[in-house]
Ligand binder design. Structure first.
Ligand SMILES: Cc1cc2nc3c(=O)[nH]c(=O)nc-3n(C[C@H](O)[C@H](O)[C@H](O)COP(=O)(O)OP(=O)(O)OC[C@H]3O[C@@H](n4cnc5c(N)ncnc54)[C@H](O)[C@@H]3O)c2cc1C
Length: 566
């Protein structure tokens, strides 16, 4: 074997050290002695959690879980795994208490009650906010890290995993490389957890660091993906990113067209207005711009002074952006700014059972690598799902690992995988940033991602398959840093193909998926998932119907019906 290869082994290998990965590690230690987290980012950076607001979905004591489930079934237009969602809401209370026990501060009102923000015009769902503003996510990262250090969880930064290795049907470890030196690495493991996030399109909302490598890791190992037709489409200021619209909208913020009209309230949704998911707002933004009424601005003038005071960032990256804006003579809370749609992350994920197990024995997925969402989103659910799924998956993966011998490991195949990947190093060719732009040109077209149609999706599919077949093989990685970027670009192209194929497979509009050629729900079938897998080297999709008979709520009202796109 190549003498440069580092070989490690562990009971549970967790790929990705974000919120979900840290929760998984914390709980896996209950069953096994050795847990290893690897992350392609700097050691202990903590993934997206470190930049988040720390808003958390939790029904507090006295609130009825069925009311919350009812909101979600309505909001998701019936496309809801009701059993999993109800269990998540119940567990959210436990994880919320865990956070407080770890020292986390959630914001309180003057009367001592928790400070909450209503979400998307829904009657019950509220996010509990963290304090101080701008440091909630940083604090959660620090609290989890302290717990991991106390448990002697091993952690490595600057390690990128490129392929999972199997022993027969079961996973037996992974290969990758050190992103600083380019040196190869093999990790043997009894169980492997994908805590990588499912990936996205490198947008400005602090998600440029996440790759779409998860899609390739999962598909090549034989796992299935679900809900890949759904993506989070956010809207952000044209200049500097700003987070917290899910709190600002309920406080009175709104979007205006070039005539100064509150187009959501006046035209598209007289009841909910702009206080909705970003996806509905961006749909209207595209229609307004098509009709010549762009650009779209974000109006914060109606937020009361106490609301502004509570949302003025005190620390973190938002404070930096606030300072940068002020240096340009712009105050976020008094000046008008242009906002634009931005496709961010896929909301699909790896298909798992309720404990994170995939169809590949020993392989688990957790957090945003798992399929939880259906395009529409309410603030705070992501960190809640990272904690609840991380907790349960950690226990399950730890128990699995403790019951198994270390599987046999195919070093020959692993070395070949490493050789193939490292062969890109030092080559001339297409640079990753140029490939990123090429892929983004396909997916950011509004008729591919916002108001989808068969014609546009089919053209986009032709283009992305051409890119994957004819351009990706000619990419260059002058050094190990660019090798990481190359793998991210390639993953982004793979993710885009999965997104387009799944979007073509859902021939209806529902939740976060809107087809201009199928603007209504398909009522001729029960709600279904679009599941994507690899067959003979090609992506294939099929439908899996939700077991509506087993669910407590039979959907009769649908959030999408609150909007009129004509
Ligand atoms: C600005 C901002 C504000 C937010 N605010 C909130 C909020 O208030 N409330 C809320 O609920 N959510 C919020 N979110 C979303 C939330 O933070 C994330 O969805 C959540 O933290 C995701 O956790 P995760 O562990 O699943 O994934 P991630 O945090 O994405 O972690 C995945 C990790 O895997 C690593 N990785 C990926 N691929 C590989 C590979 N091949 N090899 C090795 N490592 C790899 C990445 O480097 C990363 O560290 C916010 C997000 C942002 C960006």
């Amino acid at each position: 074997m190549n003498a440069n290869i580092t070989v490690l082994s562990t009971d549970v290998l967790i790929i990705g050290g974000g919120s979900a990965g840290m929760w998984t590690a914390k709980m896996a230690r209950r069953h096994v002695d050795d847990v290893l987290i690897v992350d392609k980012g700097p050691l202990d950076w903590g993934g997206l959690c470190s930049m988040s607001d720390g808003n958390f979905i939790v029904p507090h004591e006295g609130e009825n879980l069925m009311d919350w489930l009812d909101d979600i079934v309505y909001y998701y237009d019936g496309l809801c795994d009701q059993k999993e969602t109800l269990a998540t809401l119940a567990k959210a209370r436990e994880r919320f208490r865990d956070y407080e026990a770890m020292g986390h501060t959630f914001a309180r009102n003057p009367d001592g009650s928790y400070h909450t923000a209503p979400q998307r015009g829904l009657p019950h769902i509220k996010a509990t906010t963290s304090a101080p503003l701008g440091k909630g996510g940083q604090n959660m990262r620090r609290e989890l890290l302290t717990a991991l250090k106390a448990l002697n969880v091993r952690r490595m930064g600057n390690v990128m995993i490129t392929r999972l290795i199997k022993d027969g049907d079961a996973v037996s470890g992974a290969v990758g490389f050190f992103t600083r030196s380019g040196l190869p690495l093999i990790i043997r493991a009894r169980a492997v957890v994908l805590a990588t996030g499912i990936g996205g399109w490198k947008t400005s909302y602090h998600q440029n660091s996440i790759s779409s490598g998860c899609v390739e890791l999962a598909l090549t190992a034989g796992a299935k993906l679900r809900s890949m037709e759904f993506a989070g489409i956010w809207n952000t200021p044209e200049r500097f990113a700003w987070t917290g619209q899910s709190v600002l909208l309920p406080l009175g913020a709104r979007f205006l067209n070039s005539r100064g009209e509150d187009f959501m309230l006046n035209h598209y949704s007289p009841i909910i207005g702009s206080k909705t998911d970003t996806l509905y707002n961006v749909r209207a933004m595209v229609l307004e711009t098509r009709a010549g009424r762009g650009p779209i601005t974000f109006d914060v003038s109606r937020i009361p002074p106490e609301g502004i005071a509570s949302r003025r960032p005190e620390a973190g990256w938002m404070k930096l952006n606030d300072t940068k804006l002020k240096a340009k003579g712009i105050d976020f809370f008094t000046d008008t700014q242009v906002w634009v749609p931005q496709i961010q992350t896929s909301q699909g994920g790896v298909q798992t059972d309720s404990e994170g197990a995939t169809c590949v024995p020993g392989l688990y997925a957790v957090g945003t690598a798992q399929s939880h969402l259906v395009g529409v989103y309410f603030g705070g659910f992501s960190l809640c799902q990272a904690a609840t799924s991380g907790h349960d998956t950690g226990l399950a993966a730890g128990a699995y690992a403790s019951s198994k011998e270390m599987p046999a490991f195919d070093f020959g195949f692993a070395e070949k995988c490493l050789d193939d990947e490292l062969a890109h190093l030092g080559r001339q060719g297409i640079m990753p940033k140029d490939m990123d732009v090429t892929v983004l040109e396909v997916v950011t077209a509004s008729d591919v991602s916002i108001l989808k149609s068969a014609g546009a999706l089919s053209r986009a599919l032709d283009r992305i398959t051409e890119i994957r077949a004819e351009l990706i093989p000619y990419m260059a990685a002058p050094d190990s840093h660019y090798l990481g970027k190359l793998i991210e670009s390639r993953g982004m192209a793979t993710l885009t193909e999965a997104y387009i194929r799944s979007s073509l497979a859902r021939t209806e509009s529902r939740a976060g998926h809107f087809r201009e050629d199928f603007p209504l729900r398909d009522e001729s079938t029960p709600p279904y998932w679009v599941v994507l897998s690899m067959e003979d080297g090609k992506m294939k999709t099929h439908r899996e119907y939700l077991p509506m008979d087993e669910y407590p709520i039979k959907p009769t009202r649908f959030y999408m019906d609150q909007f009129n796109w004509s």
